[in-house]
Design a protein around this ligand. Structure first.
Ligand SMILES: Cc1cc2nc3c(=O)[nH]c(=O)nc-3n(C[C@H](O)[C@H](O)[C@H](O)COP(=O)(O)O)c2cc1C
Length: 253
């Protein structure tokens, strides 16, 4: 599949551009570049301030803070998949990542529903609730989650020594490719066997019921805190830390 009009957007919440999050994200996006438009945004390059809680966006549809968020919101709206990468800071996501999450409040009314989402979290030892915060956030936006990546490292570059994290990054790239292809298939307006138009992803998403096809179940938003479902679906959102080495040599090795 070659769909350069589909954007896979990676957003880094660390100020370290050569840090562990950026390294793992690069492993993922490098493997999608042949088929998709890929972009990495470093939040440290942008002015994105925390939400003021003024509720201006409730009545006006947009935020009144004059910073870089409108440009980033436009990218998020265009993206078919979003990967948020953050170090664990004091057991949670970084303040930069938190500010981004808060500022997407106006996008919670279905604008991001049906897009694919995943996360990369790195930490020295105790990542705390950082990955759980990501999963909860994607659920709030109605996004379809594929299992994320947990990496254990401290100084930049150390992540190459976490073979399991590198392996998870390669798996994430494969999952994103597979789910984006599935979503694209569903978007293609082909007639079904009874002459009705195939369901469009532009319609409001619905939970896949017992009569849903495998593709519908796989593409349906997951239940709270769960990854995407379906018979061929990858395991639940919290990645398991397997012991085997990566099945592919990588730039990190
Ligand atoms: C302010 C600060 C807080 C941190 N808090 C934690 C933490 O709670 N748990 C943890 O495992 N690592 C913690 N770390 C370590 C970073 O998560 C770790 O170095 C990570 O790999 C950095 O990712 P990066 O290279 O992408 O910036 C902290 C580091 C800093 C600077």
């Amino acid at each position: 599949m070659r769909r350069k009009d589909i954007l896979v957007l990676g957003i880094v919440g660390s100020a370290r551009k050569e840090g562990n999050c950026a390294s793992l994200l690069r492993e993922v996006l490098d493997r999608l570049r042949d088929g998709f438009d890929t972009e990495t945004v470093f939040l440290s390059d942008l002015d994105i301030r925390p939400c003021e809680g003024c509720h201006y966006c409730q009545n006006n549809g947009s935020c009144r803070i004059d910073d870089d968020m409108p440009a980033l919101s436009a990218k998020l709206s265009r993206a078919g998949a979003v990967v948020l990468a953050t170090p664990s800071y004091m057991g949670g996501v970084t303040s930069r990542m938190r500010a981004l999450m808060e500022r997407t409040w106006p996008l919670r009314k279905g604008q991001m529903a049906g897009k694919i989402a995943s996360y990369i979290v790195t930490g020295r030892r105790r990542i705390g609730i950082a990955s759980a915060a990501m999963a909860e956030y994607f659920t709030r936006l109605g996004m379809i989650q594929v299992p994320g990546v947990l990496g254990y490292a401290y100084e930049p570059g150390e992540i190459a020594g976490d073979r399991e994290a590198v392996s998870q990054a390669l798996r994430l790239a494969r999952d994103l490719r597979r789910y984006l292809a599935l979503m694209e298939d569903r978007r293609t307006p082909t007639a079904m066997h009874d002459g009705r138009a195939a369901p469009s992803l532009d319609e409001p998403s619905r939970a896949a019921g017992p009569e849903a096809t495998g593709a519908e179940r796989a593409a349906a938003p997951p239940a709270q805190g769960q990854g995407a479902g379906g018979p061929d679906a990858p395991p639940p959102a919290e990645p398991s830390r397997r012991l085997e080495a990566p099945d592919e040599e990588t730039a990190l090795s």
